[in-house]
Design a protein around this ligand. Structure first.
Ligand code: PLP
Length: 399
């Protein structure tokens, strides 16, 4: 079969590719440590599972409203008010099968051929590909280590054109873990004020994974005048260790929310009914899981950052949140591994780390930033110690 031209223009998800390669190596008997995946290693809290089981027992297993059950929409409105000081009514809420689907539905509902979407890089692997699939043009802006991988107002101003439809923001970020402060968001808002054609899609999925007492900021709250053109996206995947349940949500302008429901009505229909009831328990039930998992993540982050920075040639900024580190590996380029591989790119580095040190990471180029690697510290401490030992030994033998 001749596949679609659109598909040919998009890259497969490299995080999934790396996880797959690591799995294959493991199945062949090699003791591989996988630090490539993008999900919490914790189990979904019990009270959430119980809510799902009750939903099954009560027969809440049928189609629901296309863009979500009213009870969950109410809980999302309450969450936005409680955590972000944002007022949304239920007709401004979309619930989709995962945060990824929220973004895709928003793009399909809003992009016309050739519309531009500004994406600060490094960025989550799926953003540019989803924009392309929806007929838009991703416009990547490189951020850098010196600016702690944040978009600067000057580079934002330079990238905006009359065709700019969306600006994507993601804080804390996948892959860097860096988070914007309220002041930094206000500086971006100052630029956006002069460009009413630009809408903002803020991906807040790592909102609750923010450490060291950092205060979470989101743009519609920081700059209320941008609220009417902001889609504030979030989900339960990362905060409540619910990646497999597939529930994402967003608050935004009613016309866009309606359009997203129209897309869902002809494609996926509703997110799984049982998962919606589980997400309701996540948002309205005890929140202590967040504090306890954050304490664990903080400890792991501090350990991994220190170990990596002790390796010559690896420069690892300390992330504010999420569960990734994104070290710069410029100084390792050009070196040769003990097995004779010359490291010319971060792909060479990630592949050699996998096949020679048996540690799976993701090359920075997957996130449009090189030469870096992304390491997920969503693993127990013993695994992280072993992985850092292996990376250190591997780097020590480079010549
Ligand atoms: N946004 C970012 C930045 C992510 O890293 C991810 C998942 O890896 C998502 C969105 C999607 O989350 P979900 O599992 O809810 O689709």
């Amino acid at each position: 079969m001749l596949l679609s031209k659109k598909l040919a223009s998009i890259a497969p998800s490299s995080t999934l590719v790396m996880t797959q390669k690591a799995r294959q190596l493991r199945e062949s008997g090699v003791d591989v440590i996988s630090l490539s995946s993008g999900e919490p290693d914790f189990d979904t809290p019990d009270h959430i599972k119980q809510a799902a089981m009750r939903a099954i027992e009560k027969g809440q297993t049928k189609y629901t409203n296309v863009d979500g059950i009213p009870q969950l929409k109410d809980a999302i409105c309450a969450k936005f008010k409680r955590d972000n000081g944002l007022t949304y009514s239920p007709d401004q809420i979309n619930i989709s099968p995962g945060g990824k689907a929220v973004i895709y539905n928003a793009l399909i509902a809003s992009l016309n051929e050739g519309d531009e979407v500004i994406i600060p890089a490094p960025c989550w692997v799926s953003y540019p590909e989803m924009v392309r699939l929806a007929g838009g043009v991703p416009v990547l802006i490189q951020t850098n280590f010196a600016h702690r991988y944040r978009l600067t107002p000057e580079s934002l101003a330079r990238a905006i054109t009359p065709r700019t439809k969306w600006l994507f923001l993601n804080s804390p970020s996948n892959p860097t873990g860096q988070a914007y402060s309220r002041t930094e968001l206000l500086a971006l808002a100052d630029i956006l004020r002069a460009h009413p054609q630009v809408h903002i899609l803020t991906d807040d999925i790592y909102e609750h994974l923010l450490y060291d007492g950092g205060e979470f900021a989101t743009i519609a709250q920081a700059a209320p005048e941008l609220y009417p053109r902001t889609l504030t996206m979030n989900g339960v995947s990362k905060a409540y260790a619910m990646t497999g349940w597939r529930i994402g949500y967003a608050g935004g302008p009613p016309a866009l929310i309606n359009a997203m429901a129209k897309v869902m009505g002809q494609t996926t229909s509703n997110a799984a009914s049982i998962s919606q009831w589980a997400a309701l328990a996540a948002l309205t039930g005890p929140q202590d899981f967040i504090a306890s998992s954050n304490a664990t993540y903080t400890q792991r982050r501090d350990f991994v950052v220190e170990r990596l920075n002790n390796i010559a040639g690896v420069n690892c900024p300390r992330p504010d949140g999420a569960f990734y580190v994104f070290p710069d590996c410029t100084a390792l380029m050009g070196k040769t591994t003990a097995a004779g591989t010359k490291l010319l790119t971060d792909i060479d580095l990630a592949e050699s780390l996998l096949t020679q040190a048996h540690v799976a990471t993701v090359p920075g180029s997957a996130f449009h930033s090189s030469p870096n690697i992304r390491i997920s510290y969503s693993s127990d401490m013993q695994t992280l110690i072993k992985a850092c030992d292996r990376i250190e030994e591997f780097c020590a033998t480079l010549t």
